[in-house]
Design a protein around this ligand. Structure first.
Ligand SMILES: Nc1nc2c(c(=O)[nH]1)N[C@H]1C(S)=C(S)[C@@H](COP(=O)(O)O)O[C@H]1N2
Ligand SMILES: [Mo]
Length: 249
C-alpha cells in the first residue's frame, strides 16, 4: 500500500491524459464483456442506450426540497461519529485489488481532483425518487490513476455500515465504472453529504437503481469475479434480497 501524496495522484492522472478513458471504453475487454452478457435485459439496455448514453440532468429549480435517507441513515461506530464531528479529517478511501498502484486518498485529495457536478434523479425500488445535485471526481479518474489490470472485470464498493448484520457493499461492471456520470460524491446540493445520505463519500451511478449507489464509501476494489466477495452475488441486496445485480434504468 502506497499513501500517494496528492501531487503524484494528479501527476498520474495528467500523464494518462484524457485519452485513457476513451481507450478503456473502446477496449476488447469492454466489448467482450458487453457481448458476453448473459442477462438479456442488460444486453438490450446496453445496445439501446449505447455505452456512453447519459441519463437526463435537471436544473437547480427541479431539485427535491429534501433528499430522503434510506437503508442505513446513521452509523453508531465511535470512529465514524468522531470523524463526522470533525469533518472527516482522518477519513480515507482505499483503491485496491487488481490495480498496479494501490492508493489511499483523503477527502482533501478527492476534492482536489477535477470535479463533476450533476443534478440527477435517484430512483429507489421501494417506490420513491428524489432529484439532487451531486459533486465529486469521476470514478474513471481514480481507476486510471491506480491503473486497473486487464483481468479486472468488476469494481466493488466497500462501505462503513453494517445492515442486518452484514457489511453493505455493491459492484458494477467496467462500463458503468467508466461511465462519465459515475462519480464519487462528497457533496449534495452544495453542502458536504449529510450522515443520512452517506457521509463523507458515496457513489453516484446514474444509470442504475438506488441500491447500487453505495454510501459511506471506504474502499474501491477491482476484482475478476465475485467468488470471494460477500455471498457471491455482487451486492448486499443481491445477496440477501434476491435483487438483480444489473439494475440498469
Ligand atoms: N452503504 C449503504 N449504501 C446504500 C444503502 C445502505 O443501506 N447502505 N441503501 C441503498 C438504497 S436501497 C438506496 S435507495 C440509496 C438511498 O440513498 P439515500 O439514503 O441518500 O436516499 O442508498 C443505497 N446505498
Ligand atoms: Mo433503494
Amino acid at each position: 500500500m502506497v499513501d500517494l501524496p496528492r501531487r503524484s495522484l494528479l501527476a498520474g492522472i495528467a500523464a494518462l491524459g484524457a485519452g485513457a478513458c476513451a481507450k478503456i471504453n473502446e477496449s476488447e475487454t469492454t466489448r467482450s464483456l458487453v457481448g458476453a452478457a448473459e442477462d438479456g435485459h442488460r444486453a438490450v439496455h446496453r445496445a439501446l442506450a449505447g455505452k456512453q448514453g447519459l441519463v437526463p440532468e435537471y436544473t437547480r429549480a427541479e431539485r427535491s426540497p429534501t433528499f430522503k435517507g434510506n437503508g442505513t441513515v446513521t452509523i453508531a461506530n465511535p470512529f465514524y461519529q468522531e470523524q463526522l464531528a470533525k469533518g472527516f479529517a482522518d477519513w480515507t478511501l482505499e483503491v485496491r485489488g487488481l490495480v498496479e498502484t494501490p492508493m489511499r486518498l483523503t477527502l482533501a485529495d478527492i476534492r482536489a481532483l477535477p470535479q463533476r457536478t450533476q443534478i440527477t434523479r435517484h430512483d429507489c425500488v421501494e417506490g420513491w425518487s428524489a432529484i439532487g445535485e451531486w459533486q465529486g471526481p469521476q470514478l474513471s479518474a481514480l481507476l486510471d490513476a491506480a491503473k486497473v489490470r486487464a483481468e479486472a472485470k468488476f469494481i466493488i464498493f466497500r462501505c462503513a455500515d453494517v445492515l442486518y448484520g452484514r457489511d453493505y457493499y455493491e459492484s458494477v461492471d467496467m462500463v458503468d465504472a467508466y461511465h462519465p456520470q459515475t462519480i464519487i460524491a462528497h457533496s449534495l446540493n452544495g453542502e458536504p453529504i449529510p450522515e443520512k445520505n452517506g457521509a463523507p463519500l458515496r457513489m453516484r451511478i446514474e444509470r442504475q437503481l438506488g441500491y447500487k449507489h453505495a454510501k459511506y464509501l471506504t474502499a474501491i476494489e477491482a476484482v475478476a469475479s465475485f467468488d470471494n466477495v460477500g455471498q457471491g452475488k455482487g451486492g448486499f441486496w443481491e445477496d440477501v434480497g434476491g435483487y438483480q445485480w444489473y439494475a440498469g434504468i
